[in-house]
Design a protein around this ligand. Structure first.
Ligand SMILES: *[C@@H]1O[C@H](CO)[C@@H](O)[C@H](O)[C@H]1NC(C)=O
Ligand SMILES: *[C@@H]1O[C@H](CO)[C@@H](O)[C@H](O)[C@H]1NC(C)=O
Ligand SMILES: *[C@@H]1O[C@H](CO)[C@@H](O)[C@H](O)[C@H]1NC(C)=O
Length: 391
């Protein structure tokens, strides 16, 4: 039985590119083989999610409310994208201030962003606190809040130590989040990491004189609750559109490995696996092509530590036969219709019925902690079978 399975596996791998059977046999022990397959499969799955290793997350962290709200706006409970045009790029990251300065100065470590990513928009989110009550009856109703990028004056003969990025009038008595666009600065930091000296906030009266920072206060990472911490939110696009097509490198053998997974027992005696495989194949033949559930559980995979949402998602799969005649509910291509006719007429030997495959795919969203414990929202294309058809 074992030998038969091995032979099957070797045949399925095809192209005779594999070592001879004897070589396989000598390496084979059920346990190490299934462990190897498992780790190879998990590694491949991480690649689908654009990662080399699972992020290391220490302790229980709370994701910023802004990121949770954003996730709930773009994705449904299952992680499936509600509206593909809502988000311009496919990645949103939040960073916390690393400086914790007593001045209104902030610095964000952007080293986790790949150079190849296209920066679309960067925002500084500051939480404005209520003015202290003793100062509340002030003659000023508005103040001018300006965000400056700090520059290194010793480089490139710069005479100005800072550059204005954004400036706006804000009611003195308001409280809540204020958002400033700082895209220019982040673009320059992406080109030259060492030029990132941070941001400086200046508040002035309408007349232009500097205002007391006791009056206009912003929450800082030092003294205020985590939920009010200054935050940089970065919208980027990593250029990964169709993950499925990218892996079609002729030298990349991982795909053929993965398709062999059912032949290699993951657990349990091999004879049982073989029998249950036979059984499902018989069952499949009797049903017409249709979409069936396929739940991918992140907890089962061991990823629940770093993925905030979703806990898992329904990828669905396509199962069933595509016999002649193919009705419109089978969503056949013209090619599939002709193939099914040739098959039915037995005009040419060896022509199978068309295959039951996904003909529409949806993207999903993941909200997760990266290696630096920044919270990232990322969209992945072609992850959920939206419908099935005979192709
Ligand atoms: C930014 O974070 C990376 C990775 O955590 C670290 O290696 C690097 O030293 C940090 N840079 C600064 C300027 O703190
Ligand atoms: C900076 O200024 C010095 C003298 O003031 C000059 O010699 C040098 O070429 C300048 N460097 C650049 C990069 O402009
Ligand atoms: C595949 O590998 C061969 C030899 O190892 C190499 O010459 C060729 O450029 C590779 N093709 C691709 C698409 O990487």
């Amino acid at each position: 039985m074992m030998l038969l399975l091995l032979t099957l596996a070797a045949v399925a791998r095809g192209a005779a590119a594999r070592p001879p059977l004897g070589d396989l046999e000598s390496h084979f022990t059920a346990e190490t083989e299934s462990e190897e397959v498992r780790s190879a499969a998990i590694k491949r799955l991480l690649e689908v999610f654009g990662m080399e290793d699972p992020p290391a997350v220490h302790g229980h962290k709370q994701a910023p409310q802004y990121m949770l709200d954003l996730y709930n706006t773009v994705a449904d409970v299952d992680g499936v994208t509600k509206d593909p045009y809502l988000l311009e790029g496919n990645t949103v990251r939040s960073f916390f201030d690393k400086l914790h300065s007593e001045q209104v100065e902030f610095r964000f470590n952007l080293s986790s962003v790949a150079r190849s990513e296209k920066v679309l928009t960067a925002e500084l989110h500051l939480f404005k606190l209520r003015p202290q009550s003793t100062l509340a009856f002030n003659r000023h109703h508005f103040c001018q809040v300006s965000i400056y990028q700090l520059l290194d004056t010793s480089r490139n003969n710069k005479t100005q130590g800072r550059k204005l990025l954004s400036s706006r009038l804000i009611p003195v008595h308001s409280t809540g989040w204020e958002v400033f666009t700082i895209t220019q600065a982040v673009r320059s930091w992406m080109v030259d990491e060492d030029s990132n000296l941070g941001l400086h906030v200046v508040v002035r009266t309408l007349g232009g004189s500097t205002m007391d920072m006791k009056m206009i206060r912003f929450a800082s990472g030092r003294t205020h609750h985590q939920s009010k911490q200054p935050m940089l939110v970065l919208f980027t696009d990593d250029g990964r559109r169709a993950t499925t097509l990218e892996s079609l490198d002729p030298n990349d053998t991982t795909d053929t490995e993965t398709s062999n997974l059912p032949q290699t027992p993951m657990s349990g005696p091999s004879s049982r696996t073989a029998r249950s495989l036979d059984y499902t194949e018989e069952e499949t033949a009797s049903l017409p092509c249709q979409r069936q559930p396929l739940y991918v559980d992140f907890e089962e995979i061991g990823w629940s530590g770093w993925i905030v949402s979703p806990r898992g998602y329904n990828a669905y799969h396509c199962k069933g036969s595509c016999p002649f005649p193919l009705g419109q509910n089978m969503r056949p291509t013209n090619h599939a219709t002709v193939q099914s006719i040739i098959n039915a007429l037995k005009l040419i030997r060896g022509i199978e019925t068309p295959c039951c495959v996904p003909d529409k795919l949806f993207s999903i969203n993941l909200l997760y902690f990266d290696d630096d414990e920044n919270v990232v929202l990322k969209q992945y294309n072609d992850m959920v079978a939206g419908s099935c058809g005979c192709h």
